[in-house]
Every structure is written in structure tokens, then in C-alpha cells.
Ligand binder design. Structure first.
Ligand SMILES: Cc1cc2nc3c(=O)[nH]c(=O)nc-3n(C[C@H](O)[C@H](O)[C@H](O)COP(=O)(O)O)c2cc1C
Length: 396
């Protein structure tokens, strides 16, 4: 929740302006004070009434509007703001901010704002790559503003290229990183593995597991929001990774092992989610007959146990956490794994429990260390991630 925080959304004249209605609504649900500033041109793309209805606040467009709560509203709001997001940021407004122009309510308030300013450029590719725009963006960065790299994709003008405003969830993460939590994991390096691995049977087929990556991504996101330096080693998922996280894409369990081996030494916390044993196929053919799928047998060979390797190689100061997905004897089996693999903590869950398991947004886990056993109720995966990190940071 963001109770007591004031978030300023500054909307300019771009077709992407309509997406900010959704962002305003998402923020309002987090219980913060959402204030929307618009340029006059932005009101051609979305009506201020939309924002006023969603936020419960007057949408500010005109610096000289006398119908304000405060006599000098742009200064009052600038003082109150915890963070300002300019999204979509037009080439025009980027140019104005970079060059100290304050000729409307939006640019005047930004000029008066001492808080963090995040800018999300959105425009046609040729406009975006115009050296003047690039120069202005470089200037914003020099003045400590956070500039969100636009996505590549199909643009409203019909062109394909860079210039697309990232999704509302990405914009939200930029805001949350500024205001949601104390940076209690600043300086900590965290390695998280997530998602399924794929073992090729042949160039066409593969075997895999049911992991979707949701738990691992939630942990990576929580750590990022709390200021940690996060590396996410991820199998193929359909989830957009959180911003500010270094993502290492992998396909097979062997790729995951290599990626982990390359990076675990520097880490403070190593968290291996997706507690599934991976198997790689060894194919044999009945050699009396012509090689065809009909004659194929597949034997499964266990891939390297990454968690066990980490337990054998980690230093005393590193914290290693694993997950244990059980169908029976959950606590005993998980305790055995904790001990055998030299883990500092294991999160046990039972796939048969309601609210736990693959693909869903909730989980029901028990945190197990050598000396403690903490069953948690059904929680969202984000809440599990937060509780996990609260516990880990007090372990050593
Ligand atoms: C349909 C339409 C879409 C536009 N989309 C963008 C855009 O995505 N980015 C941009 O920088 N300008 C865009 N423009 C041009 C701006 O609206 C124009 O430069 C305007 O002066 C910007 O005003 P403002 O920066 O005060 O909001 C668009 C114009 C039109 C008519």
C-alpha cells in the first residue's frame, strides 16, 4: 500500500495518453493520492474527467485556473509530490523540461518539484532518434531524471520501431521502486532462478515441467523494489521481467546450471525456485528396424542438482534458499532436503493444497530452517516473496 504518498502523473499529447487511465486506477487502488497534470494538447487525447473520476482529484491543466485548493497550486503540489512520472512524455515536453521551459501547469510544476522525476518518452521512431530529442534525453539523465527506455513495437503511426511507451505495469514498477519500501536490501546481491527448463528430445520436441516462473519473478521484483541488485536466471516464461533486474535467459537445466555457476559467487542471497527435478532424455532405438519414432524409447537421466551444487560450494556468509514441492510427508521430506543440500532455508509447499502450486497467483508455504518451522497462510506470491525476504535478511 502507498497510504500517505502523493504520486504525480504528468500526461502529454501522445496517443499513449489513454493508457495512463489504467495506471491512475492501479495507483488509486494502492491508496495513494494520485494527482494528474495534463498539457492542453493531452486533453485532445483523453478527457480530464476520466482522470478526475478515477483519482477523485481535479486534473490540473491550466496554471492560471483560479478554482484551486491552494493559491499557488503548482508549488504546493510540487512540494507534496513523492515522485513525478511524465508518461507519455512527448518530444515537445522532453525538450521543454531539458531546456528549463515552464510555460504551462505541467512543465511549471515539474520545474518546482524537488522529488524524483521519471520520464517515459513515447513517440514515432524517427522523432525518438532525432539527435535533438536524443540530446534532450541525455540532458534529462544528466540532471538525475530516470528515463525509461521505450519499447520496440508497432506504433500508432503504423511504423515499427523504438518509441512505444512500456506497459502500465512497468511504469507502476518504476513508481513503486521510488516510493513503496524502505531500501532495506540496498547493497545486497540476489540471485534468483525461475521458470521451467526444457530438455530437447530432438530438434522438434522437448520435455519440461509445469513451472511458470511466477514465484521466482515475484521474489526478483520484491528484491528490486527494496533496492537489491538482482540477477534473475530464467527459463522460458510468458512474464515480463521487472525493470532494473538483470535477466539471464536459459533454456535447459544445463544452461541454468552454467548461468548459476557463473554468477553465484558474488551473491549474498541465492534463491532457487521451481523445485522440480529436471530430467534429460536419453533416446534409444530398436536397431533391428529402420530408425523411426515408432522404434524410439526414451530413458530419463537426472540433470545436475543445481541446489545441491550450490549447497556444496557456497561460502559461510551466503544464504541459500530452495523450494520443495511435495505431495506427501512435506515437512519431513523438506527437512531432509534442507540438511542434505546444506540450505539455510527451504520453502515447502504441497501441490495438493488449495492455493498452492504452479501457475496460480497464490501460494501456501511453510518456511523451514534448521531450528524453525513457520507455516504461512495462503498468500499472493508477492506477499510470500516479501515475507521470505524479511525472514532471510534476519538469518545471518
Ligand atoms: C494523433 C497524434 C498523435 C501524436 N502522438 C505523439 C507522440 O506519441 N509523441 C509525441 O511526442 N508527439 C505526438 N504527437 C504530436 C504532439 O501532440 C505535438 O507535438 C504537441 O505539440 C505536443 O504537445 P504537448 O507536448 O504540450 O503535450 C501526436 C500528434 C497527433 C495529432
Amino acid at each position: 500500500m502507498l497510504k500517505g504518498k502523493t504520486i504525480v502523473l504528468a500526461v502529454t499529447g501522445s496517443i499513449a495518453a489513454y493508457k495512463i487511465a489504467n495506471l491512475a486506477s492501479m495507483l488509486k487502488k494502492l491508496q495513494c493520492d494520485v494527482q494528474v497534470l495534463m498539457t492542453k494538447n493531452a486533453t485532445n487525447f483523453i478527457n480530464p474527467i476520466t482522470f478526475e473520476t478515477l483519482t477523485g482529484n481535479k486534473c490540473l491543466v491550466d496554471t492560471f485556473d483560479r478554482n484551486f485548493q491552494y493559491s499557488v497550486e503548482h508549488v504546493a503540489l510540487a512540494k507534496r509530490a513523492d515522485v513525478v512520472l511524465v508518461a507519455p512524455a512527448s518530444a515537445n515536453v522532453i525538450g521543454k523540461i531539458a531546456n528549463g521551459i515552464a510555460d504551462d501547469m505541467l512543465t511549471t510544476t515539474i520545474m518546482a518539484c524537488p522529488c524524483k522525476k521519471i520520464i517515459s518518452p513515447a513517440m514515432n521512431t524517427n522523432m525518438y532518434y532525432n539527435p535533438i530529442v536524443q540530446d534532450n534525453i541525455a540532458k534529462l539523465k544528466r540532471f538525475d531524471m530516470e528515463v525509461i527506455e521505450p519499447d520496440n513495437g508497432y506504433l500508432a503511426c503504423g511504423d515499427i520501431g523504438a518509441g512505444k511507451m512500456p506497459s502500465e505495469t512497468v511504469l507502476l514498477d518504476y513508481i513503486l521502486r521510488e516510493v513503496q519500501y524502505d531500501k532495506d536490501l540496498a547493497g545486497k546481491k540476489v540471485l534468483v532462478t525461475a521458470g521451467p527448463t526444457r530438455e530437447a528430445i530432438d530438434p522438434v520436441r522437448y520435455i519440461t515441467n509445469h513451472s511458470t516462473g511466477k514465484m521466482g519473478y515475484a521474489i526478483a521484483r520484491d528484491c528490486m523494489l527494496r533496492g537489491a541488485d538482482v540477477t534473475l536466471v530464467s527459463g522460458k516464461t510468458s512474464i515480463t521481467p521487472p525493470p532494473f533486474v538483470k535477466v539471464v535467459d536459459v533454456v535447459s537445466a544445463a544452461d541454468m546450471f552454467e548461468a548459476v555457476k557463473d554468477s553465484y559467487k558474488d551473491m549474498d542471497y541465492i534463491i532457487k525456485t521451481a523445485a522440480v527435478a529436471d530430467y534429460t532424455p536419453a533416446i534409444t532405438y530398436d536397431n533391428k528396424v529402420k530408425k523411426s519414432d515408432d522404434d524410439m524409447s526414451i530413458a530419463l537421466k537426472r540433470t545436475t542438482d543445481i541446489l545441491k551444487y550450490l549447497g556444496e560450494h557456497k561460502s559461510d556468509s551466503q544464504i541459500l534458499v530452495g523450494f520443495s514441492m511435495e505431495t506427501e510427508n512435506m515437512i519431513e521430506n523438506s527437512r531432509t532436503k534442507l540438511e542434505k543440500k546444506n540450505l539455510d532455508m527451504i520453502l515447502a509447499n504441497n501441490v495438493k493444497d488449495e492455493g498452492a502450486g504452479f501457475g496460480i497467483d497464490t501460494n501456501k508455504v511453510t518456511l523451514i530452517t534448521k531450528d524453525t518451522l513457520t507455516p504461512l497462510p495462503v498468500m499472493t506470491k508477492s506477499e510470500v516473496a516479501h515475507t521470505l525476504m524479511d525472514t532471510i535478511k534476519n538469518l545471518k
